[in-house]
Design a protein around this ligand. Structure first.
Ligand code: F0G
Length: 433
């Protein structure tokens, strides 16, 4: 198999060696993607091999990413791989969430079961492998929290030095704590995600640091495995819809690329539709899809779902192709809708972080509008673990959560703790009632 980097822009399509350190096309500035040329993979044979690898004790086979390595063959040697046994995330039914979402049945693919608690691990294992293959010593990212937690872990595990840039005061403590614990050099910059990304791109080039944001095409290759594994778990029967939150739109790009490649390769018989959900205060992609014309970033993005608090998503051109090709839709949801959907996912015994709950909130809106039908086969991807943002949870259940404008969020499904005296009779009275 021959792997190359190719400019994503249709009128350019310039080609570069897979071993060049590039994030944008040097000819036109477009986004880059990895492409592979060579013998076609025989679906029946490989589906069997991938299934058999689940029984193997080899680290690469145990990884829910590298198990499918033939679908992103960009490495020259497996020795570069850093694996923490990422992927292998479950499909979980949530009956209460189905009813809330207006569906007969919804299933969650929970990426919060990953080693650092988010879907970023699927991509980071590939990004870290490429960094090692290129002989890089230092890696960097700007992050709303999950990318930095993931990069810190994979870099440290792989002998690379992680440097992370985060918007000061705007990421959850769970995520910041992970970066510190995994040994990352952590810079809290007094600017928002979009501003810091612009800064870090210049710095990374100057200082010879490898950038591991989702603009890095190898992150996207790894995140394809979320959808590939989902299809394998469903015996290669695609759902009608795959619903996911949209921030920087790397995941949307990865899901779409995976689906197109699986479809073209004869692994799946139809393309599921993508439904991308944004938070109302950070919804530039939604606006663009509604209005058309030029892409206008949101200058001051605002949402409590800090993971998707992004106003200028770098991967929007790729996401546009993927939403269009899959006959997908883009929706936006309010802070209240995210908070309530999140509590409902919690009541299913599943739980997730705020950005992930945008999926169920979006499904509820799209079924109400008749876009998704009640009997549709829907998989919603929960991108992050419930423990990522405990402050938000406590605020919601105790009625003290406020939206970015300072307005109170109703705890419609609130479950506040009760303070009781050290008095058995009083507690008995309380529980007996
Ligand atoms: N959900 C969670 C939990 C995230 O952390 C992110 C992105 C998204 C959804 C959106 O995914 O950017 O691919 O559209 N978090 C990034 C970070 C930006 O820095 O951790 P996207």
């Amino acid at each position: 198999m021959q792997a190359s980097l190719i400019c994503f822009e249709p009128q350019c399509r310039s080609r570069f060696p897979i071993t060049e350190v590039l994030y944008n096309c040097p000819v036109c500035g477009g986004l880059l993607e990895a492409v592979y040329e060579g013998d076609r993979l025989e679906p029946a044979h490989w589906k069997k091999v991938w299934r058999e690898r689940r029984l193997s004790n080899a680290p690469l086979d145990q990884s829910g990413v590298w198990r499918y390595r033939e679908l992103f063959p960009f490495l020259d040697s497996d020795a570069h791989v850093v694996t923490l046994r990422e992927g292998d995330t479950p499909l979980l039914p949530g009956p209460k969430a189905s009813a809330y979402g207006g569906l007969d049945r919804i299933v969650f693919k929970h990426q919060g079961f990953n080693p650092t608690g988010s879907f970023k691990d699927n991509g980071m294992t590939c990004g870290a492998a490429q960094a090692r293959r290129l002989g890089m010593k230092r890696v960097a990212c700007v992050s709303t929290g999950n990318t930095s937690a993931s990069m810190a872990a994979y870099a440290s595990a792989g002998g690379l030095e992680p440097i992370i840039f985060i918007p000061h005061g705007n990421i959850s403590y769970g995520k910041l704590a992970q970066a510190l614990e995994y040994g990352a050099r952590t810079l809290q910059v007094e600017a928002n995600f979009d501003q810091i990304l612009a800064l870090v791109r210049v710095l990374a080039e100057k200082l010879g640091i490898y950038l591991l944001n989702s603009i890095n095409p190898f992150r996207i290759e790894g995140q394809k495995s979320i959808v590939i594994e989902m299809m394998d778990q469903r015996d290669w029967n695609p759902p009608d819809w795959i619903v996911l939150p949209g921030g920087n739109l790397g995941n949307t790009s990865a899901f779409g690329k995976a689906l197109r490649e699986l479809h073209a390769g004869g692994f799946i018989a139809k393309m599921p539709r993508l439904a991308v959900i944004q938070a109302e205060g950070a919804a530039p992609f939604f606006d663009f899809m509604q209005k058309g014309g030029e892409f206008h970033p949101v200058i001051h993005p605002a949402t409590l779902a800090t993971a998707i608090k992004i106003g200028d998503p770098v991967s929007w051109p790729k996401a546009l192709l993927e939403v269009t090709t899959s006959q997908g839709v883009v929706e936006k949801v309010s802070e209240q809708e995210i908070a309530d959907a999140k509590a409902v996912i919690g009541q299913c015994g599943i739980g997730c972080e705020p950005a992930s709950a945008a999926t169920l909130a979006g499904v509820r809106k799209l079924t109400a509008a008749g876009v998704i039908l009640p009997d549709a086969d829907v998989v919603a991807v929960l991108t992050g673990n419930v423990l990522k943002d405990p402050d938000y949870i406590y605020g919601y259940h105790t009625g003290s959560l406020k939206d970015p404008a300072g307005a109170a969020i109703r705890s419609s499904f609130g479950n506040a703790p009760t303070v009781v005296p050290n008095d058995p009779a009083a507690i008995e009275r309380l529980l007996g009632a």
